[in-house]
Design a protein around this ligand. Structure first.
Ligand code: IVH
Length: 669
């Protein structure tokens, strides 16, 4: 009798998973590559012959398919917070004082110190032990679905040991995806040979890789993970230190340099030690994370705005290098501002080669007395663009030259404008190619219209070929599809992905569109305030300077800039075209208010398919209801989306009415 191949398939999967864990997580392989490949090939063959037995967590599923990623939104069950930064030992001591002010009568406070890995954070959700989704941080509330790409990272377990307690049926793990420095250098060398653009540093290279459309390409890049946080509904967990141990037991890769510190002195020693040792690590770290160890303490301390009060990052001092400044050139930004840029002898600094650094403005050049031909000290810290901090005057030679600002725009040659009492110099030609490109880049960027794939290089290409002159042209690219797919190195697939991303961006809310317009001084915060106040572009465009300044924190520079923007006929025409393309130029939601949920309390659990959780909350509130985070006897409805958590079980136990997303939508229609 023939045995069921499933028995061998499951045996092989178990073996391969163990070997993967030994190799990729523990870095202690116990079989040869050859023997491993034999097992893998046997499994692949058996699955090919018996496709009905293929499961999501089979090791064969890691290689990545050719199916293009969609990066759909994923609502984080627990918001993905960031950390407040400290830059000195005194600031760390202040943090300790603040913690102890909140916890005066509690047992002594212990901290766990960890390396702050300089990569890209990810949230992994496991349901009944199987990896369901992996999401980027996004804005902290809603991230993007990068599951297909993350599955290709061999140190991310596709399944973990199941834990019988239902409270563990849904767990969320947070970690940092990163690339080792050596692997990053190798990748860049390869890219250079192929004539591709190189990445600036390992973090950028990780961020670029994790957002690749094709998971097969991701599988070829050397990404790794360190996990550092564990969430579950279980009340058995007591400390962060124990949680890190639990992560290791469950098969996750945890950076082994974490340490339990009994006092602030221990914490400071740890920070000093790693500031010295950081250069010897195979990956980049940009600081130390200090976390209160007891989960009871963490709960009492809670969160402020977007960061926890129980943890803090100690950032290392920015790294500095000395190099020669050969020339000062001028870069034209999206609003026409000219920024002086130092062209440097290339120098390696904090993970990447620097050949340009910003000099901010003419005053800064004068104040620091920076001249062409000088030896300068440059600095780079974290996200920051490299900057020139000082001149080494001892090395100054007699032939150094004071750079004069240009009198014509270096890109379009038009006359420049230097407003009285301002240090900035502007190119006033709205059609200057540098401004056009800058405006388009800003429009399509994250935080604005967020059009995946429409970055600097594609914008340059489309502007140079005459397809884009202003942002409303983006929504007419679809009419040129036949021409676009013929452009060398693009092709139908990438153009179709781009057109889809453009179409998706039409859904962005009014405040994002307003920000995307790139009105000078109107950042994302001001856009939100203005959008909330005026509710539509029409009423904002008709508002007087005084009416605009009635909005909190909006001053004369913003109001003047808005008035100036709307007095330009071209801007008006562009906005009209955006309206015709279907972009949201008003807030619709505020109009639909009712009292149908008056006195009713809702709890949301699981992932909703038609809207982010925030939107569902708003809908409830706009219809008179309340939303709470946990189920109690006072709860009227629990809305259960996909993969509901323990709140679902709590609702069942208390006999609370559980409704589906569709039932909820029917209630408000
Ligand atoms: S803890 C609430 N631990 O640093 C807890 N973060 O600004 C927040 N990071 O977004 C994170 N290594 O991407 C934590 N050992 C570590 C970390 C770490 C790197 C990143 C993470 C986070 C950012 C904080």
């Amino acid at each position: 009798m023939k045995t069921d191949p499933l028995i061998r398939i499951e045996e092989l999967r178990k073996l391969i998973k163990e070997h993967d864990h030994n190799y990729f997580v523990l870095a202690q392989p116990i079989i040869s590559d050859y023997d491993y490949d034999q097992l893998f090939n046997e499994l692949r063959l058996l699955e090919k012959e018996n496709p009905r037995y293929i499961t999501h967590d089979s090791p064969t599923q890691r290689v990545g398919s050719d199916i293009s990623n969609e990066f759909n939104p994923i609502i984080h069950k627990y918001p993905m917070l960031s950390l407040s930064n400290t830059y000195s030992e005194d600031e760390l001591i202040d943090f300790d004082r603040r913690v102890k002010d909140v916890l005066p009568n509690m047992d002594s406070v212990e901290y766990v110190c960890e390396l702050k890995i300089d990569g890209v954070s990810v949230s992994l959700r496991y349901y009944n032990g199987i990896l369901q989704t992996a999401a980027t941080r996004g804005d902290g509330t809603v991230g993007e679905d990068i599951t297909n790409n993350v599955k290709t990272i061999r140190s991310v377990p596709l399944s973990i040991k199941k834990i019988p307690d239902y409270k563990f049926s849904e767990i969320e793990i947070r970690g940092e995806i990163y690339m080792e420095i050596e692997q990053f250098n190798r990748l860049n060398e390869e890219r250079e040979l192929n004539g591709e653009k190189t990445f600036a540093n390992p973090r950028n290279s990780t961020a670029g890789t994790i957002k690749l459309m094709n998971p097969k390409l991701v599988a070829r890049r050397p990404l790794q993970i360190f996990t550092y946080y564990f969430f579950s509904e279980s009340d058995e967990l007591i400390s962060h230190f124990e949680n890190l141990k639990l992560l290791e037991e469950l098969g996750f890769r945890v950076n082994s340099n974490y340490k339990l510190c009994k006092s602030m002195d221990d914490v400071l020693d740890y920070c000093r030690e790693w500031e010295k040792k950081r250069d010897f690590l195979p990956y980049e770290i940009d600081g130390i994370v200090v976390k209160a160890n007891s989960l009871k303490h963490q709960k009492v301390l809670g969160n402020i705005a977007k960061s926890p009060r129980w943890a803090v990052a100690f950032k290392f001092k920015a790294k500095q290098e000395k190099t020669r400044l050969n020339k000062i050139t001028w870069q034209v930004g999206r609003t026409g501002t000219l920024t002086p840029v130092a062209e440097l002898d290339p120098v390696f600094l904090a993970g990447s080669t620097i050949s340009r650094a910003t000099l901010h403005n003419t005053d800064e050049i004068k104040r620091k007395d920076i001249r062409e031909g000088d030896w300068v000290i440059i600095e780079k810290g974290g996200d920051v663009i490299p900057k020139v901090v000082a001149v080494d005057l001892e090395k100054r030679l007699p032939d150094t030259k004071i750079a004069e600002p240009p009198d014509k725009c270096p890109v379009c040659n038009s006359k420049l404008f230097n407003p009285e009492n301002e240090v900035a110099i502007y190119c006033e030609n709205n059609s200057c190619p540098a401004q056009i490109k800058g405006r388009l880049e800003h429009f399509a960027a994250r935080g604005a219209m967020d059009i995946t794939g429409l970055g600097e290089s594609l914008i340059n290409l489309f502007v140079n070929l005459g397809y884009l002159k202003n942002y409303s042209d983006i929504y007419h690219l679809k009419e040129k599809r036949d021409e676009l797919i013929k452009i060398e190195r693009l092709g139908a697939k990438s153009i179709d992905n781009l057109l889809k991303a453009i179409e998706d961006s039409i859904k962005r809310p009014f405040d994002k569109v307003l920000f995307a317009l790139g009105i000078r001084y109107v950042g994302s915060g001001a856009s939100k305030k203005l959008a909330d106040h005026f509710l539509s572009i029409d009423s904002l465009s008709k508002a007087s300077k005084e009416q605009i300044e009635e909005v909190s924190e909006i001053g004369p520079s913003i109001s003047n800039s808005i008035i100036r923007f709307f007095s330009d006929l071209n801007n008006k025409k562009n906005i009209e075209r955006l309206k015709q393309a279907g972009l949201k130029l008003s807030f619709e939601k505020k109009k639909i208010s009712s009292n149908i949920f008056s006195g009713k309390t809702f709890v949301l659990t699981g992932t909703l398919s038609s809207m982010p959780r925030e939107e569902a909350k708003e809908k409830i509130i706009f219809n008179g209801g309340k939303v709470t985070s946990s189920v109690s006897k006072k709860t009227n409805y629990v809305i259960a989306g996909e993969y509901p958590g323990s709140k679902y079980i709590d609702a069942q136990k208390l006999g609370i009415k559980i409704i589906t997303e569709n039932e909820f939508l029917e209630m408000i229609w």
